[in-house]
Design a protein around this ligand. Sequence first.
Ligand code: ADP
Ligand code: MG
Length: 457
Amino acid sequence: MQQTQTNLEQQWEVVCNKIRENSKDTILNRWLEQMSPESIDNGLLQLSVPTRFMQEWMKEKEYDSLISSIWTSENPAIQDICLKIQSHKAPVLDKEEEAPLTMSESPAAQPSSEDLFANVYLDPHFTFENFVVGKPNEFAYAAAKRVAESEDVAFNPLYLHSSVGLGKTHLMHSIAWHIQKTNPNRKVLYLSAEKFMYQFVKALRFDDTVAFRDMFRSVDVLMIDDVQFICGKKATQEEFFHTFNALVDQGKQIILCSDSSPLELKGIEDRLKTRMAQGLVVDIFPTTYEMRIGILESKAALLNAPVPADVIAFLAERITSNVRELEGALKRVIANAQLLGTEITLDSTRQILRDILNVYEKEITVEDIQKAVADHFTLKMSDLKSTRRDRKIARPRQMAMYLAKILTTKSLPDIGSAFDRDHTTIIHAVRTIEELIKTDKNVAEDVCLLEKMLKGA
Ligand code: ADP
Ligand code: MG
């Protein structure tokens, strides 16, 4: 039977109605309108779909088989269908509906590009007001404020980098909050590099980088966090490079954060690295003791918890790695006190944080001690293990044994064997030095100095 185009269209109409009756999938139902029968050849019906994404999705959900079987029951001459991508883009296609700008693999759950904005989570505590400024971060703070407060693009991109937990995300959110409060018309988009890349790779896959660029065109300030996670094939980076330039050309402020400087980024093409470094690159350095005190006080106030000064000082002194850890420790101490209904004390703090404090405690080995003592007294390491008894050597050797006892967790026999002695010699040395510390100023000073040095203070 000759199938005219009109015939096919009428049949398609009937098939669509049947599908609508049977399927609650609203995505499918809407997409049916964008599909149309093209031709039939040897029982194989060509059905056109506007995008490759739609084609893949239909196949994945086996909607092609569904259509095929319904159609066959309507018209036995149709044995199978084949989904074909329309050679031209359907003008009716709603951009929002297209795959490239969305996050989820399943179109049924796909948020539109609008959702990309809606889904952004900004931590309400990450504001400029809550950011403690000190020498190590004052430049980053000033640059972030500058971007937040003025509309002209002075440097592009602003690139903040530091090791983990030093406030990069906090500053980015602060910029977003500030703009939202003072200039709500300015559109800010904050997203992680992973999310950004995901969108981007999808756009590439569905050949829709134009839509991708369009989406970002509506943004005034684009922030991409943890840029070190940008990775991918050469072609991807190539396109990213162009998108990046296009945005800069359009006067969009771009802010990037990363764990390393642009030029140190791994797996990223040189050209892109250079581009990223062309704006203002600012690093945030580790906190100082004073800043840590300030941060702890500020966080304790935010948590509405009375934390004694000695506990604050103790935490600031002991947890120096980064602010996230510091904050985590403070929260644990506060939570514990609140749970048990007890006061926060130095003792309870030590107890609660035992596990992490041990990590921060620099592990000192007997060998470290021997080396430090030998250096201090300009001796050889072998002298400390020798049997020579002259005071010049014997005294430092005893100090080393004493320090090994108080600074390591090694047992007396272990320490003994490190000095080729037995444990009684160690006991004797420890007693001798303990006595001398009380009576001999020089010994006390030497021991104190060595101890400080070994603890890295
Ligand atoms: P990064 O993004 O650099 O890894 P974050 O911005 O997530 O670090 O910071 C980790 C935690 O430390 C956050 O809770 C943040 O509020 C806090 N923080 C870091 N620096 C400061 C600071 N200068 N003042 C107050 N809080 C800070
Ligand atoms: Mg971060």
